[in-house]
Ligand binder design. Structure first.
Ligand code: HC1
Ligand code: SF4
Length: 575
């Protein structure tokens, strides 16, 4: 242990603790802009400087460790003066049009400037905005960038994609797509992790809320919405609602109050996905068709984009099942359209997702069918949902719990856990067991695939299960660097699996790039626990027991993997 004094408080911390971490652990927050624990510890912004007694020069607290006897001041007049000048310089190169910024109210630079009571920017520079394709789901606004390097590091270290890089030198230093590529050709997975780790508004998801408002206002359109599992675990954060009160039923109510005609819960189609993917797995696994193993899950569009560009030769191992988002869109424009007697082209499908890549998924040609164009017409993120609730002047405390509409009303606990890493695998195994044995397993038979928190297991969870005389070897991975390492091991023949779940975002959809942003804090694990709690308390826990899914098979799709199911619920990915 080392003993130090921070702002007059005597503190003992273990060796190799940074001054910033020591201060934080003792209730003394030091302002920062670029620091991200374990990812970006490069002291680029110099906002976190502190004064050391007896030393002339200020030091950065994020990358200097506490040493025995140090006497530290985090907010002395000298520190404040230096910090203020640093922030003023950053502001001089920043587009400070806060009212039109997507991060207004949730911007670390805005907060620090307000805290320092900066009311004028002394040295303003002319800024030149780089061109950007604003139709792409990921938007970069160069004049908001503060060169903190977080996006560069997150994309490189967490996602192994290196989409961003530094360009130019001195005051002309800037961040841009690496290797002089365009964003469209840079192999971006659209995971959105660079957005949720950006401290300002330089990176954002394309806003599609106006499209949805237009569809709602169009008298000829029947607007049908679905809400993804992971959204319920996070939307309340954006609106100040406690997790226990932030139910999916209230999201459905908010959508109805905005004017959406029919509202559904994606857990219904997560159950449908399990029926298709579970049967596909069992057929490929026990029917001798699965010569080449493993089968990869196919519901995460960030992962699909990744495998297509990074491991195109492995694309054929993907399950052919569409994601729950796309399956639901297809069911809405066929089965449901028939039920309500509306032509598919007059149905406008909206999904509320924790994800930026889902915006890209809806645009893929693969999901453009003959019957009514795109399965899904618009995708909005959890953040956009909150924005729409605010702009509709809906006071969150007036929201009531309502049910999804019929006839696609039920969703099981198995569908809910899709939103957390390991959830798709666990849901699929619950039903694969039933398909193989004709009876249900104990509901907690497959919890070994759940993540036990981050950084403990490199994001990979391996487990083997015995069903009759079959051993199913599974792996679950989240985060694309972890996925890359796992795929390389598979290719080298070091590991062998039958079924692998991959989610692009660390922790799964709960940690998605469309979720509420809490600068520098990871919430995915906590949100995942919320979904497991909901599963524990659900009245139905097995996808194959979802009565509304079973009715839909009876009335429309006949059975899992039928010809009709193949036409509408599956796709063939090509590299
Ligand atoms: Fe996901 Fe999925 S789990 S991909 O994370 O398979 O976005 O929540 O909706 O489609 O169900 C996202 C979440 C989501 C799909 C499902
Ligand atoms: Fe990298 Fe993901 Fe950002 Fe694309 S969205 S640039 S893959 S971090």
């Amino acid at each position: 242990m080392v003993n130090i004094t921070i702002d007059g408080k005597q503190i003992s911390v273990s060796e190799n603790t940074t001054i910033m971490e020591a201060a934080k652990a003792n209730g003394i927050p030091i302002p920062k802009l670029c620091y991200l624990k374990g990812i970006n510890e490069i002291a680029a912004c110099r906002v976190c400087v502190v004064e050391l007694e007896g030393k002339e020069k200020l030091i950065t607290s994020c990358n200097n460790v506490a040493e025995e006897g140090m006497v530290i001041y985090t907010n002395s007049p000298k520190v404040r003066k230096h910090r203020r000048t640093t922030v003023e310089l950053i502001l001089s190169q920043h587009d400070c049009q806060c009212v039109t910024c997507p991060r207004s109210g949730n911007c670390s630079l805005q907060k620090i400037s307000n805290d320092l009571n900066i009311l004028e920017i002394p040295f303003k520079q002319e800024l030149e905005r780089q061109n950007w394709n604003r139709k792409f789901p990921l938007i970069r606004d160069s004049v908001k960038c503060i060169k903190c390097m977080r996006c560069v590091q997150v994309c490189d270290k967490v996602q192994s994609l290196g989409v961003w890089d530094v360009e130019g030198t001195g005051s002309r230093t800037t961040v841009n797509v690496s290797g002089h590529r365009t964003i469209e050709s840079a192999d971006c997975s659209l995971c959105g992790q660079c957005i949720t780790h950006c401290p300002v508004g330089a990176l954002a998801a394309r806003d599609d809320t106006e499209k949805v408002w237009d569809a709602i206002a169009d008298k000829n359109k029947v607007v049908v919405a679905q809400v993804a599992p992971a959204v319920r675990a996070a939307w309340g954060e954006e609106l100040g609602i406690e997790p226990k009160d932030a139910t999916v039923g209230k999201i459905l109510d908010s959508l109805k109050r905005m004017g959406v005609d029919y509202v559904f819960d994606t857990t219904f189609s997560a159950d449908l996905t399990i029926m298709e993917e579970g049967h596909e797995f069992v057929q490929r696994f026990t029917g001798g068709e699965l010569k080449e193993r493993p089968m990869f899950t196919s519901c995460c569009p960030g992962w699909i984009r990744f495998i297509k560009t990074q491991f195109p030769h492995l694309v054929r191992y993907l399950s052919s099942a569409k994601s729950p988002q796309q399956m639901f869109g297809a069911a809405m424009k066929t089965y449901f359209a028939e039920k309500i007697g509306v032509a598919p082209e007059n149905i406008y499908t909206v999904s509320v997702m924790p994800c930026v890549a889902k915006k890209g998924e809806r645009e893929m040609e693969l999901f453009y069918g003959e019957y009514a164009g795109h399965d899904i017409d618009a995708v909005i993120t959890t953040r956009e949902l909150a924005k729409m609730i605010r702009s509709a002047h809906i006071s969150p405390d007036t929201l009531k719990d309502i049910e999804s509409d019929r006839p696609m009303q039920e969703g099981t606990g198995a569908g809910v856990i899709f939103g957390a890493t390991g959830g798709v695998m666990e849901a699929a195994l619950r039903s694969a067991y039933y398909i193989i044995k004709g009876q249900n397993p104990p509901v907690d038979a497959f919890t070994a695939v759940r993540s036990r928190g981050f950084n403990e297991n490199d994001g990979v969870q391996e487990a083997n299960f015995q069903i009759n005389d079959i051993t199913i070897r599974t792996a679950v991975v989240s985060g694309l660097s972890n996925a890359r390492a796992l795929l390389q091991k598979i290719e080298r023949g070091e590991v062998h699996y039958d079924f692998v779940e991959v989610m692009a975002c660390p922790g799964g959809c709960v940690g998605g790039g469309g979720q509420p942003i809490h600068d520098g804090e990871e919430r995915a694990f906590e949100r995942g626990k919320n979904l497991y709690y909901l599963d524990d308390n659900a009245k139905l826990r097995f996808s194959h027991e979802n009565p509304d899914v079973l009715t839909m098979y009876e009335e429309y799709f006949e059975r899992p993997m039928s010809h009709k199911a193949h036409m509408l619920l599956h796709t063939e990915h090509d590299a």
